[in-house]
Design a protein around this ligand. Sequence first.
Ligand SMILES: Nc1ncnc2c1ncn2[C@@H]1O[C@H](COP(=O)(O)OP(=O)(O)O)[C@@H](O)[C@H]1O
Ligand SMILES: [Mg+2]
Length: 458
Amino acid sequence: MKNRLLWKLFSIIAVGTVIFFWLIDLVASHTEDSMSYIDQGYRAELRAYAKEAERILYEEGESALALWVKGIEEKENTWIAISRPSIENLADTQLSDAYIETFALGRSLEWKIHLYFKYNPTMDIPFEDGVTRFLIQLPQRMRPGKNLFIIDLLLQIALPFLILCLITFILYKHVMKPLKRLEKATRRFSEGDFNVRASEALTQRNDELTRLSTTFDKMADRISTLIIDQRQLLADLSHELRTPLTRLNIAVDCVEQDLQSQSALERLRYESSNMQGLIDDALTLAWFNTESPKLELHDLDITALLQVIVEDAQFEFAQHTVKLLQPDQEIIIKSAHQALTAALENIIRNGLFHTPVGKTVTISLHQESHFLVIKVKDQGCGVPEEYLEDIFKPFFRIKQNSQDNERVVSSKKSGYGLGLALAKRQIHALGGSIYAQNVTDKSENGLVVSIQLPYKSS
Ligand SMILES: Nc1ncnc2c1ncn2[C@@H]1O[C@H](COP(=O)(O)OP(=O)(O)O)[C@@H](O)[C@H]1O
Ligand SMILES: [Mg+2]
């Protein structure tokens, strides 16, 4: 779901708020309700008063009753009346029997008492005859809802506070906890722990925060590889520069001491141009690593380009045969001339370096469904299977075995191990891919480097 977190928060807040009001209303009305009745003990007391009044009236007479009433009124600080109401119907109207049966002057003991009324209600207890009524204003001590203020305080402040605490806690758990985890990961990453990742613990959530953590992880992956690669590149570069720098120093010494000055100067030129090449390549590699550049693509006739590169290579390696197998008609692809030429030249030169004099390097071009495949096949000794991927790493070179004559095939120097690393990045920047395989034919040795380039045939 796209906005899962939004819906989660919405449900927590919506459901939480509904429960919040429902619960408060339920508890409030239930509590008020249960507080609104006269306590059973008080009800019994009031009934006993009525019974006593009835007994005195019938056994001792009205004056005794009046005396007793006075005493109770003083004791309870209220008023009491013993009344026998008579109803006078006018204009020939009639009260219904049902009404007369339930008619009362005051409230029944079983009824609810209104808690917010200022005055105490008058309670009405009928005598045996059903007509005479014992009326008493409810004494203050019997009035229900004495703790109403405290209960209101609890219901209006404490309970909402508790429920809101609960909702906040749930929200916090859902939002803040993963954010905190992310914050911790970010802090550790900023402190240099490049292995730290955030999404593992959050994959099950599958919401915006999971996406945020996966993005963090992607960023962490990219930055850590970048930093590690740059560090490695810098270490390798300074290591590689050491030897030519030593040679430069020796040559400078020779010039200073006037020893073989001419050859020392040549050495100086050779080493400095060598170093320049190394630094140029290393900087280009660093640029590809950090920028992941998008190269500008133009229409390019790949058959013509291969023709030129092969002619140049043949000129440079006159003792080898450089063979080109490609369709006769031109094939136009969208590519960047400089990057593609540099990559192809590097690969073809590698093939020629590793191929014994007199043998052949074959470059072929053919078309597959959505791409063009360029293969550079040499007749060298190939690359041990376990290094087929490593040869594309910067500064990776396979140690030459002096016993293995097949390997020392060219008087020309091989480079610093940056050629294929650069070629790989150049081909990737063109949207293609590159890989190496050994020749599988038993009668032949050699390496085949294959490049796939995106191509839409018209
Ligand atoms: N055609 C090939 N045959 C055998 N080994 C190769 C071939 N191409 C590359 N390699 C190996 O891969 C390594 C890396 O190649 P590369 O990146 O071009 O570096 P460099 O040519 O500067 O040494 C080479 O040092 C070599 O050991
Ligand atoms: Mg090379």
